[in-house]
Design a protein around this ligand. Structure first.
Ligand code: SF4
Length: 392
């Protein structure tokens, strides 16, 4: 791990206090095609339904608690880049009319390469989007096809060039490893292609094949399996080493960035921050309160059109629940979590409660105890689920 960016360029590491601005998340549930591995809240794009969706999201935003300060807005999906720039502009206008949105707010949009045309991207920039997160997944066409992705590696390169051409100074690329039949060499080919494009940020995900995913049939048809676990570990560690060398420093289990380009929005999830979500299936957390919207898209539209609240599963979390989540989410960060600060915030003696369960991981080198901070070693990140299981 190389030096972290200057603190002034990064989000505060503890963002629970009401003095810290909140983040807004807007879930866009439409995609131009459904990928064979997808387990998200999404449907095929339909122009008429998209019109109803934009009106519903704007109505939902207008009913939120006004006047909160906001410093990040994140359009996630689905594929937000299926929306017209005018749609994005309307949603952002609704956010600005209800919340106090910082002049330097980070406004991210996830996009897929096939819909990230230069004209469209210029429209998003004009609407106020500052950061583009491109779902590339692989730079090998033979890996993209079985995943059901609509773009090619050439299309992904064009999308990055178009983003730069219209002035995006914050571009992130998502890649997916442990694809069926993928070798370490295949994977590193995509990592090298990503490095060549000089993004500001990258996210590396392990493919998870769900029990009923159509990709399972595709894998059977192609006789392609995922590599053994130790090969997946080699993929992860070798990619991080290459990215480090290229100036993309790991700051979270799955995320690397150039100095000053960490995802300020996602840091809210890892630093016990506050966020409010809009759109079907969107989650919100403000202090002890947590809720989510109905994830069924038709129901979401009908509820908003009838003037009803689409939220459900409202919970008031106990301090034990809050402390446990702050610890396991904080451990995702390379700099780890300040256990004394988190314990102090919720009135819990973290070491007394979890110390004996954590000790075997400290003894085994997966967890590093730095006094007030606990952090995972890079090897420990491979076993993060087991370590974090202590807090659940
Ligand atoms: S683009 Fe993303 S959300 Fe849409 S189907 Fe593919 S994986 Fe799912």
């Amino acid at each position: 791990m190389t030096a972290l960016a200057p603190a002034s360029l990064e989000a505060p590491l503890t963002a629970t206090s009401t003095e810290y601005p909140i983040g807004l998340y807007v879930h866009v549930p439409f995609c131009d095609a459904i990928c064979t591995y997808c387990n998200f809240t999404r449907v095929l794009f339909d122009a008429a339904r998209a019109r109803r969706y934009v009106a519903a999201v704007v109505a939902e935003i207008q009913c939120a608690t006004p006047s909160l300060s906001v410093d990040t807005i994140y359009f996630g999906g689905g594929t937000p880049s299926v929306l017209e720039p005018g749609d994005v502009s309307q949603i952002l206008d609704a956010c600005r009319s209800l919340f106090t949105v910082a002049h330097d707010a980070e406004i991210t949009m996830e996009a897929n390469p096939e819909s990230a045309t230069e004209v469209r991207l210029a429209g998003y920039r004009a609407a106020g989007v500052t950061r583009l997160s491109l779902g590339v997944q692989s730079f090998r066409d033979d890996e993209l096809a079985p995943l059901g992705r609509l773009h090619s590696s050439v299309g992904a390169r064009h999308a990055v060039a178009s983003a730069r051409a219209v002035g995006f100074e914050d571009v992130s690329i998502d890649l997916m490893m442990w694809l069926p039949g993928q070798t370490v060499i295949d994977w590193l080919e995509s990592v090298d292609a990503l490095i060549e494009l000089e993004p500001d940020h990258a996210s590396l995900y392990l493919l998870e094949v769900y029990p009923n995913a159509p990709l399972r049939d595709e894998m059977a048809r192609r006789n392609a399996a995922q590599a053994p676990d130790d090969v997946a570990a080699e993929m992860y560690l070798s990619a991080l080493a290459r990215l480090d060398e290229a100036g993309l420093q790991q700051y979270e289990i799955s995320n690397v960035a150039r100095p000053g380009h960490r995802s300020r929005h996602n840091l809210k999830y890892w630093t016990d921050g506050r966020w409010v979500g809009f759109g079907p299936g969107a989650h919100s957390t403000v202090g002890a309160d947590r809720w989510r919207n109905t994830s069924e898209i038709a129901a979401y539209l009908e509820q908003l059109e009838a003037g009803d609240d689409p939220s459900c599963d409202r919970q008031h979390r106990s301090s034990t629940e809050q402390v446990s989540e702050a610890l396991f989410m904080g451990l995702r960060l390379v700099e780890g979590v300040d256990v004394d600060a988190v314990g102090g915030r919720y009135g819990v003696d973290v070491r007394a409660r979890y110390g004996s369960a954590l000790q075997p991981f400290i003894d085994g080198g997966q967890l590093i105890d730095e006094g007030n901070r606990l952090r995972l070693s890079r090897g420990g990140m491979l076993l993060s689920n087991e370590v974090m299981g202590v807090f659940v």
